[in-house]
Design a protein around this ligand. Structure first.
Ligand code: THG
Length: 661
């Protein structure tokens, strides 16, 4: 069996254990303290406004600021490294100093923390490595995932060298940027052999979403599976505007929740932004949050001072932290919103048409690089009721990774639906994952070439873990595609045990596909394929209620005419959903509800699915030579899908006015 545990090194969880004992308090703003320090252009080595250079030129100023916050009662201070990233330091032409300035900033804070010693109740003093967003957002195409990931790697390496207790990825505006920073942090920790907690703070604007439009639910869906240790909010607003978003995190996040608000919404004063919230007001708001939402860590952002932190620490010490009982939601997300797998009494519709193998129109648009047309096909599916889109660009002779980058980066901002990345090529999957800020599903892994370290299975699973994706697992093993229910179940059990045991995913992160061949060919060896598939779903769903299931429904009917396919697909889908299927890759507008299919067509399709031939228990009118496949073909001879059913308009026209309305 495969195994992926990278060198976990020395796993330092001191910060997390301290936080489990009592609510910890962070520090306040750095920028305003620096402004008050009367620094000269020389202090900035001529780089006006480059706060990070002070880690080199004026460590004494930073020591004083850290000391002031610790003395005010902070348990943790943030390093002066918010701008230690490619775009910020690049603006000063010192991008090559990311690691050095990050190291120096961390070492300064570390020195003060150690010099202070534990606080009165024996709690250690902590250093959080601050990682700001930079000015270039990958989802908007300002930069790429790979470029910022490599720069964040340098930054975190410096923090590890300097003795940080945790890294704090803060003021995040773009979920793809968060992903790049987390992936980089983990890589740096693996490389240096020391693991420290990762905290993610996103910034929700007064509009109620992150800058690019992400709802808090989308952020949680994408960030928690990355394996971060705490999630929260900072900046942009005061505590009041954060309340509903914190409530959401408190109700649904399985990890601790934290907050570092501004001292209220900034108002424009004679000297620029002024922050109106007084220390006692911030203290009261944050201690209320601790009591209501069970926050584990609180501090301040823009406009907060040591006096704010002194009053926050005092108030929080008196507060009783609420117990949380989070209701986790199994879901994926787009950049904008989360989509739960559980679609109340229905199934999750995965649009099949954004597939260069499955749709001629999509393939031609992609080959012509008519990306607008590709997006139109995506949007048509959204209108037709898809909850998620299967995106497949595999086409012989093309650079699949380049096609995936081109399409996924456009879908990322232009489609509101989560993406299922459909490819057999690890590099194509990677290209998709590095373009999409939301939580994707990866379609798919299987054991066709085993489960060794170089197998496709292992290579794709590494990507799934790295990006916190959900994964579609196909019942294919070294012997081929499983044909019988027993074989499907044997492979499925192996997949579930492997993916949870060796790769650390939960059962709910797995979408099992028990695969079906077309039963429309009439060949004897595929006649039972529908039955075996349904049976496998039924038994696996019983044994693993948290695992999700999917099928490429249209596979069942390849070769039949479109009208017959529509009926067979719809009937087969219905039977699978009864057995426990909760997602399906379909052409959404071509699925008919059972009650819209004429009885005879439905019964013949059912006979075909359940391989009922001859007379007994069928629609055969006593005929021993009855074959539902022949019958279905006869029923649909010369019938087009459009004429096979009433148009919506005709259907509506027939209804009494009141019902029509
Ligand atoms: N399991 C998983 N993923 C899958 C499949 C699966 N992905 C691909 C495929 N199977 C599901 N997607 C499709 C998409 C289109 C069709 C079938 C399956 C299809 N297309 C028509 C045709 O080829 O005749 C339409 C052609 C056109 O419009 O040009 O049938 O099983 N996990």
């Amino acid at each position: 069996m495969s195994s992926h545990t990278p060198n976990p090194g020395n796993h330092d969880t001191t910060f997390l254990s301290a936080m489990a004992r009592r609510v910890l308090v962070g520090d306040g703003a750095m920028g305003t303290m620096l402004q008050a320090a009367d620094l000269t252009l020389d202090d900035f080595a001529g780089l006006e406004g480059c706060n990070e250079i002070l880690n080199d030129t004026r460590p004494d100023v930073l020591e004083q600021i850290h000391r002031a916050y610790f003395e005010a009662g902070a348990d943790a201070v943030e390093t002066n490294t918010f701008g230690c990233n490619l775009s910020n330091l690049g603006d000063y032409d010192i991008a090559d100093r990311i690691r050095e300035l990050s190291y120096k900033g961390t070492a300064i804070a570390r020195g003060v923390a150690d010099e202070m010693g534990p606080s009165a109740d024996g709690t250690a003093r902590f250093v959080l490595g601050s990682i700001g967003p930079g000015t270039k957002l990958p989802s908007l195409g300002h930069t790429t995932f790979g470029v910022i990931r490599d720069a964040y790697f340098e930054c975190v390496a410096g923090m590890l060298d300097g003795g940080a207790d945790a890294v704090l990825i803060e003021t995040s505006q773009d979920l793809l940027q968060v992903k790049a920073a987390v992936v980089a942090a983990r890589a740096a920790m693996d490389e240096l052999g020391r693991r420290i907690p990762i905290i993610s703070h996103v910034t929700v604007e007064t509009t109620g979403t992150m800058l690019l439009g992400s709802e808090i639910g989308a952020a949680l869906a994408a960030i928690e599976p990355l394996g971060v240790d705490m999630i929260g909010l900072n900046c942009a607003t005061g505590p009041a505007e954060m309340s509903e978003h914190l409530r959401y995190l408190s109700r649904h996040a399985r990890i601790p929740v934290s907050v570092m608000p501004n001292a209220g919404l900034p108002q424009l004063g004679p000297n620029g932004a002024e922050y109106p919230l007084q220390p006692d007001e911030l203290a009261s708001a944050l201690s209320t949050f601790v009591g209501e939402f069970g926050l584990a860590f609180v501090g301040g952002c823009c406009g907060t001072t040591p006096e704010h932190i002194r009053q926050v620490a005092a108030a929080v010490a008196e507060a009783t932290k609420a117990d949380r009982d989070p209701a986790h939601i199994s879901e994926t997300s787009s950049l904008y919103s989360a989509v739960p797998f559980d679609q109340d009494a229905s199934f999750l519709v995965i649009g099949e048409r954004t597939n260069s193998n499955g749709s001629k129109a999509f393939r031609e648009a992609m080959l012509a690089e008519d990306y607008q047309r590709c997006l139109d096909i995506a949007k048509e599916q959204t209108r037709d009721g898809a909850h998620m889109l299967d995106l497949n660009v595999d086409y012989v002779g093309r650079d699949g990774a380049a096609d995936m980058t081109a399409l996924a980066s456009r879908f990322a901002t232009s489609s509101t639906l989560p993406i299922m990345l459909d490819s057999t090529e690890p590099e194509v999957i990677r290209a998709g994952l590095e373009a999409l800020g939301g939580r994707c599903a990866v379609n798919s892994v299987n054991y066709e070439d085993g489960d060794g370290p170089e197998s496709r299975f292992s290579r794709i699973m590494s990507l799934v873990v790295e990006h916190g994706a959900a994964v579609v697992a196909l019942t294919i093993d070294e012997e081929g595609q499983a044909r019988t229910a027993d074989w499907k179940i044997r492979v499925a059990e192996r997949l579930i045990a492997d993916i949870t045991g060796n790769w650390g995913l939960a059962e709910e992160d797995i979408i099992l596909d028990t695969l079906t061949f077309p039963i429309s060919t009439g060949q004897e060896e595929v006649r039972r394929d529908g039955i075996e598939t349904i049976e496998a779903i039924r038994r696996l769903h019983e044994a693993h209620p948290d695992v999700h299931f999917t099928l490429g429904i249209s596979n069942i009917s390849f070769g039949l005419n479109p009208a017959a396919r529509q009926v067979l697909n719809s009937v087969f889908l219905h039977e699978c959903v009864q057995a426990g299927l909760d997602t399906a890759i379909v052409h959404a507008s071509k699925i008919l509800p059972m009650n819209k299919i004429p009885d005879e067509q439905r019964d013949v399709a059912l006979d075909l699915v359940y391989d009922r031939r001859g007379a007994a228990g069928t629609r055969s009118e006593g005929r021993e030579d009855y074959d539902p496949l022949q019958k279905l073909m006869e029923l649909f001879e010369g019938v087009s899908a459009a004429s096979a059913r009433e148009s919506r308009a005709q259907e509506l026209a027939r209804l009494p006015l009141f019902e029509r309305l």
